[in-house]
Design a protein. Sequence first.
Length: 636
Amino acid sequence: MTTPALLPLSGRRIPTLSPGASSFPHHRATLRLSEKFILLLILSAFITLCFGAFFFLPDNSKHKPVIFLLSICFISSSLTESEGVSGICQGCSTKEESLRDKIRADHERALQEAKEKLRKSREELKAEIQTEKNKVMEDLKKKDVGPKPLPPVPMPKVVGVSDGEPPEPDVKEKRDKIREMMKHAWDSYRQYGWGHNELKPIAKKGHSTNIFGSSQLGATIVDAVDTLYIMGLHEEFKDGQEWIEQNLDFSVNAEVSVFEVNIRFIGGLLAAYYLSGQEVFKLKAVQLAEKLLPAFNTPTGIPWAMVNLKSGVGRNWGWASAGSSILAEFGTLHMEFVHLTYLTGNPAYYQKVMHIRKLLAKMDRPNGLYPNYLNPRTGRWGQHHTSVGGLGDSFYEYLLKAWLMSDKTDTEARKTYDDAIEAIERHLVRKSNGGLTFIGEWKNGHLERKMGHLACFAGGMFALGADGSPDDKAGHYLQLGAEIAHTCHESYDRTVLKLGPEAFKFDSGLEAVAVRQNEKYYILRPEVIETYWYMWRFTHDPKYRQWGWEAVQAIDKYCRVSGGFSGVKDVYSSNPTYDDVQQSFFLAETLKYLYLLFSSDDLLPLENWVFNTEAHPLPVLHLGNITLPGSEPAQR
Ligand code: DMJ
């Protein structure tokens, strides 16, 4: 800003002292050479002072006085020119007059505008200010998040985006019911929570949690659009797309969870792009991904759990062991990041996730297990807790899915998955006295005989990984998947509401039931239904559809309210209270998996699609002889 402010001053011509043009008519003719000289001297001193002020006064916050001083200089100088010294020049009277007229006119216009403003009501003024603000915001948006051209890359083979209508009328009827539930969840959010992250279906207003920061990022819209597309809810999909186009803005001062934003937003946007082919989803995914990259600026390259989208400052959750990052969070980026490199040609995404993989490969693992906590400053493990439920779950899932998504060429990922699962089976998987197979939690060398709802997804994962498992153990893993599905179904069946608790025990004569009050809730989670769906796809055993239908009925009976769907606080109570939250994953995952369970297999076949951990389908990358930027041939 210094240069432009300076130019009018430095560029100002030092007026020639000459009689006959001054605004001081009495003295004009009588100015002697010495007086002219003194006047010139004073003027030069004044200009020098202005320069001095500009160059030598300190910067930034102290700019105001400088600008003030400069303005005085500028105004005085103009005045001097218009009313005084310049007037001394010969033949300048017309110019002087027109300048004076201009100043007067400007003055009057400003006065007039001020008067008009004063006549306006408070509301009118507010509205005007708002319009101005909106205009500025729009301009900023255009500058900041305007579509950047991306390199043209071949669209991966997108197959099976068909209707998937089942041939059996009774199955079709069930699928229609699930579609209707999706419509109720969406319409309610549309009516009461539009633009907010989630919905409070009882209070009938918007809801958010700290994972999305303080901003309204429309998490439900982004998480749900691909489900709308798959279900053929075209109007609703268009509505969601329009909101994303016009309102989804990541230049906000919000501290968000890198993991949650990746799986729900980037995953959701990429899936919507691949399914619909609409460029806007790809552009938004890339814009957001750029905002997540500063989270990787740690001494080890293991990302922070949270990042501020505006400042790029990252940090970890206060509750995590010794300032650690969480395995399931930094280990659940691979699928989306590989797609980002594929779509943008920017190697950074691929390199970041491969760096994490390499770092983990070098580390010692207690009992061959991956602890849930890793300190991003020191590169050391935190507490030696291992879980296939919360804090660990999707790390294992993404190892398997990295292999599947690479068209089974990423054998390093497959090997890492196989080794991890082998250790988990050895230390964490047990059979209860009643014959139920469960996955416990490993805590410092001790197995806690408790399984979380979140861990129920592993049934589907074991089945998905069966084909390609070492030593031809496909049958074993399919069986393990079936056993986990059975146990998790029992956890639902042993409640009053026929909905599963958050965690259940296999201890002191208890089997698949929650003990503590704060583990009896059901928050519309998908994991059990997800496992039913995978098991259905691999076995076509009708019991999985039957179990899925039980869940549909229970959700519709106990979680449906006039303003959407709500979680319940106690699945063992016949009169449960609501938690008043419609989670975005209910639309992204729970209803999508249910819909797929009652569709034919040609809708999103598993040979061509890999679902991210939030149920967003991403196509298998049949790269052939294309090399991902940043990848070395040896790694593929
Ligand atoms: C989802 O956001 C994802 O599935 C995640 O991996 C863990 N679980 C929640 C829903 O329960």
